[in-house]
Structure formats: structure tokens, C-alpha cells
Write a protein that binds this ligand. Structure first.
Ligand SMILES: NC(=O)c1ccc[n+]([C@@H]2O[C@H](COP(=O)([O-])OP(=O)(O)OC[C@H]3O[C@@H](n4cnc5c(N)ncnc54)[C@H](O)[C@@H]3O)[C@@H](O)[C@H]2O)c1
Length: 252
């Protein structure tokens, strides 16, 4: 019960890495605020947590809308009195196209959710964490936040932004009892990265991607959740500003 009664926000918790992380924090005693644009999936996550005896509530939220984010953080503080941990996980993949063929609309869509969304969340979360005297933030970036991924320029740019925001804020608040880190996952099987669907669109691509990973497999969501939990735990008490690669050796 390492996180007993801690108030923990997970954005994008209706599926994938976010859902698994929400479930894991609840198992460890946390009160989890499940947030997502997807109401049905978000309520399912809450149900899954409650079925296991955990505590959770759903707040519908679009991270790309600053006023919605501000309202969400205010609601959490009004209801629960604090925000101890925030996992800024909500994100979308981008188009599979070279830069010159990428539309301006796609660029803005991906940047507004993946980059501005994390900035908006961190801005409001940090204001509360400063008031209460501490907190922990983990932003979900990607290995695409550290290196190029051809045919994915908006996604790559948005995830580089997440790593930059993480490192900068970590230094700004290092003396304020607030630790801020990023997780950089490699391809992890979820709705966002579905190898079967990708195979239909670009035959042979999943095998090619897998071959590039030294451990020769994709990641499991549990492997990401374990790293997020560690970053938020006291075992990582001197870790801040880290962009942690969980990637089977890819970026080595
Ligand atoms: N799966 C991978 O291979 C992989 C690799 C690297 C990084 N990531 C990152 O991990 C995070 C989680 O992705 P996942 O693989 O679990 O995907 P997922 O699609 O299963 O989950 C993403 C969640 O974010 C939500 N979301 C999308 N736009 C939103 C918005 N505007 N506001 C609020 N919620 C929104 C979706 O509804 C969804 O529930 C993302 O930031 C993604 O970029 C994933």
C-alpha cells in the first residue's frame, strides 16, 4: 500500500498504458482520478478498479483545451484537497507520412494534444504542488522524444517537446520537493500501437520495427507501468529530470 490515500491523476486512462497505470496505483492504495476524452473507456477503467476494491473516479477531459484542464485540477483539489502525483499520459499517434506530405491540420492536432496538452497539465499541476509543498509528475514521452522516427514528424516533434518540458521544469522545481520525470517507451502493444492494424496499412513494418529492437520484441504495458510506479516511489527519491528509456536496448 505504498501510495495509500495519495491523490493520483492519470490522463488518457481509458486504455493502454494509462489504464494499466491507473489500476496499478489503485492496487497500491492510491485514490485514482481517471481522466480521458473517452467517457466509456474511462468509466470502464473506474469499474475495473472498483471491482478490485480500489478507489477511483472519472473526470471527462480534453488535455488540448486549457480551460478544461484548469477546471479539472480545480475540481480535484476541491474534492480531495490535494494532487500528490500526476501522470501526463494522454496522447495520439500522428500520420504516417514524410514531412512535406504532412498536413498543417495533422501537425496542429498532434502538437495540441501531445505537446500543449502536457504543458497545460503541468502548468496547473505545478501551481497546486507548489501550494501544497510537493508532488511528483511523470510525463509519457517516447523513444521518439529522443531520436528520429521517419514518417512521423509531428509525433517526434511533440515528444521531443515533452522531454524538453520535463527537463526544464525538473530543474526549475528541484528545490521545491517536486520531482518531474519522463518515460520514453518503445513500441508497446496498445490501441495506439496495434501491430496487426499497422501490418494491414504498411505490410512488413511491424517485423521491421521489431528487428530494430535488440531484445527482438515489443513491450508489454506492464513494463511501462512498472517504470512509472518506480519513478513515483521513494526508491527514486533522487531522480528528477530523467527521460527514462524502457526500450529493450533500442536507444543504447
Ligand atoms: N504504445 C506505444 O507504442 C507507445 C510508445 C511510446 C509512447 N507512447 C505514449 O504513451 C501514451 C499512452 O499511449 P497508449 O499506447 O496507451 O495509447 P492508447 O491509445 O491506448 O491510450 C491513449 C489514451 O489517450 C486518450 N486521449 C487521446 N487524446 C486525448 C485528449 N485530447 N485528451 C484526453 N485524453 C486523450 C485516448 O482516448 C486514450 O484513452 C501516449 O502519450 C503515447 O504517445 C506509446
Amino acid at each position: 500500500m505504498e501510495f495509500k490515500d495519495k491523490i493520483i491523476l492519470v490522463t488518457g486512462a481509458a486504455s493502454g498504458i494509462g489504464r494499466k497505470t491507473a489500476l496499478e496505483f489503485a492496487k497500491k492504495g492510491g485514490v485514482v482520478i481517471v481522466s480521458d476524452v473517452n467517457e466509456k473507456g474511462g468509466n470502464e477503467t473506474v469499474q475495473l478498479i472498483e471491482n478490485e476494491g480500489g478507489k477511483a473516479a472519472f473526470i471527462k477531459n480534453n488535455v488540448a483545451d486549457f480551460s478544461e484542464v484548469e477546471q479539472m485540477i480545480n475540481t480535484i483539489v476541491e474534492r480531495y484537497g490535494s494532487l500528490d502525483i500526476a501522470i501526463n499520459n494522454a496522447g495520439v499517434g500522428g500520420p504516417f507520412a514524410r514531412l512535406a506530405d504532412t498536413s498543417v491540420e495533422e501537425w496542429h492536432r498532434v502538437m495540441s494534444i501531445n505537446a500543449s496538452g502536457v504543458f497545460y497539465c503541468m502548468k496547473c499541476e505545478l501551481q497546486q504542488m507548489l501550494k501544497q509543498g510537493g508532488g511528483k509528475i511523470v510525463n509519457i514521452a517516447s523513444i521518439a522524444g529522443l531520436r528520429a522516427l521517419p514518417n512521423g514528424s509531428p509525433y517526434v516533434a511533440s515528444k521531443h517537446a515533452v522531454v524538453g518540458l520535463t527537463k526544464t521544469a525538473a530543474k526549475e522545481y528541484a528545490t521545491k520537493n517536486i520531482r518531474i520525470n519522463a518515460l520514453c517507451p518503445v513500441f508497446t502493444v496498445t490501441a495506439l500501437f496495434n501491430p496487426e492494424q499497422i501490418e494491414q496499412g504498411v505490410p512488413g513494418l511491424p517485423d521491421k520495427l521489431k528487428a530494430g529492437i535488440p531484445m527482438k520484441r515489443f513491450a508489454d504495458v506492464q513494463e511501462m507501468t512498472d517504470a512509472i510506479i518506480w519513478l513515483c516511489s521513494e526508491k527514486a527519491s533522487f531522480v528528477t529530470g530523467l527521460a527514462l528509456q524502457v526500450d529493450g536496448g533500442l536507444t543504447a
